[in-house]
Design a protein around this ligand. Structure first.
Ligand SMILES: [Zn+2]
Length: 91
C-alpha cells in the first residue's frame, strides 16, 4: 500500500534529497524555507501528479493532545503522537 499520492512523491520523500517535506505526525506536505530555520510553506497539491494532497491534521493534533490534558513540549505526550500512528489508528 502506498502512503502517498504517487510513486514520485513516495520515492522523493524516501530519498530525502528533494525540496519537499513531509511531517508524518501532522500529515503536512510543504516546501522548506531556506532561511536556516525549520519553517516551510504548505502545499496543497502534489507537484508531480497534481492530485490534491490530504488535509493537514495539524489542528486535530493539537486538539487531541489538549483533550488528553497535555501541552506542547510535554514529555508525557504519548509516543504515537510523535509519528503518524495516532491518525492512522483512527483513520
Ligand atoms: Zn503525487
Amino acid at each position: 500500500m502506498n502512503d502517498h499520492c504517487c510513486a514520485m512523491m513516495s520515492s522523493n520523500l524516501a530519498g530525502g534529497e528533494t525540496a519537499i517535506l513531509y511531517v508524518p505526525k501532522f500529515r503536512d506536505y510543504g516546501i522548506p524555507v531556506l532561511d536556516g530555520g525549520g519553517s516551510f510553506i504548505a502545499i496543497s497539491h502534489c507537484p508531480w501528479c497534481g492530485q490534491t494532497l490530504p488535509h493537514t491534521l495539524r489542528d486535530r493534533w493539537f486538539t487531541e493532545i489538549e483533550a488528553r490534558g497535555f501541552e506542547i513540549g510535554d514529555d508525557n505526550i504519548p509516543v504515537e503522537f510523535a509519528t503518524d500512528a495516532w491518525w492512522k489508528a483512527s483513520a
